[in-house]
Design a protein around this ligand. Structure first.
Ligand SMILES: Cc1cc2nc3c(=O)[nH]c(=O)nc-3n(C[C@H](O)[C@H](O)[C@H](O)COP(=O)(O)O)c2cc1C
Length: 211
């Protein structure tokens, strides 16, 4: 039995699925890395496509670290990530014994939402989310679709009832965003906040709009 007491960086699972909003995904990954987190990253097939479609070939999964360094700076090197195949249901994060403190699915497609809501565990994204729910660890789901069907709405309720935090990809405008990056900073900041992590990704509300 190991008695290694070496402090380890906080570990989180990040899943990227095929819903619009790749910028939210890379900002969230970068923000967690900037805080020195260790990440288990899993990207669905359509998540991979979304990264390339919405951010360009340079953001392809296999080039993600250089992309993040180029866009957000060397601070992302404070953390590290392990990339898992979505087909590998034998990965560490498929087990309740893994050490991650929580998980975020950003963005979360309606298909993956349905899989999590119904405990299907058809792939690693769904299984890792199921593990978070059964272990009573934070699971943040960032759905993106509009308008929404009744089954989609019901799936969000089912996830919330099971203990997940449903954090829709709904940026606010009271912080007077000037760019898409400002909007993605806001959403990534919301995700870090519900995970209990400090950040300076958007200014705190002061009681009035700051111009
Ligand atoms: C360019 C593009 C944008 C898409 N945007 C969304 C979206 O915003 N929300 C959604 O639920 N599905 C969206 N889809 C469809 C999903 O990618 C599709 O249902 C896929 O099977 C989801 O699988 P995954 O959850 O394993 O990634 C989009 C697909 C493409 C190609």
């Amino acid at each position: 039995m190991s008695t290694d007491q070496t402090p380890r960086p906080p570990r989180y699972v990040v899943a990227i699925t095929g819903a619009s909003g790749a910028l939210y995904a890379v900002r969230t990954v970068a923000a967690l890395l900037e805080r020195g987190c260790a990440l288990d990253l899993v990207v669905s097939d359509y998540g991979r496509r979304l990264l390339r479609d919405e951010l360009g070939e340079s953001a392809a999964v296999d080039n993600l670290l250089p992309y993040l360094v180029g866009k957000y700076g060397d601070g992302v090197r404070r953390g590290a990530f392990d990339l898992h195949s979505n087909r590998d249901l034998g990965a560490t994060i498929a087990s309740g014994s893994q050490p991650a403190r929580g998980m975020v699915i950003v963005p979360c497609s309606m298909k993956s939402l349905a899989g999590v809501a119904n405990g299907l565990s058809r792939n690693l994204v769904e299984r890792a989310a199921d593990v978070m729910l059964k272990e009573r660890k934070p699971l943040v789901i960032v759905p993106r679709e509009t308008p929404m069907s009744l089954p989609q709405l019901r799936n969000m309720v089912a996830c919330a009832e099971a203990g997940a935090i449903v954090l829709p990809a709904m940026p606010a405008f009271y912080q007077m965003p000037k760019s898409l990056d400002d909007l993605s900073d806001f959403l990534a900041g919301k995700i870090l906040s519900v995970l209990g992590l400090d950040h300076g990704l958007y200014p705190a509300w002061t009681g009035q709009v700051e111009r």
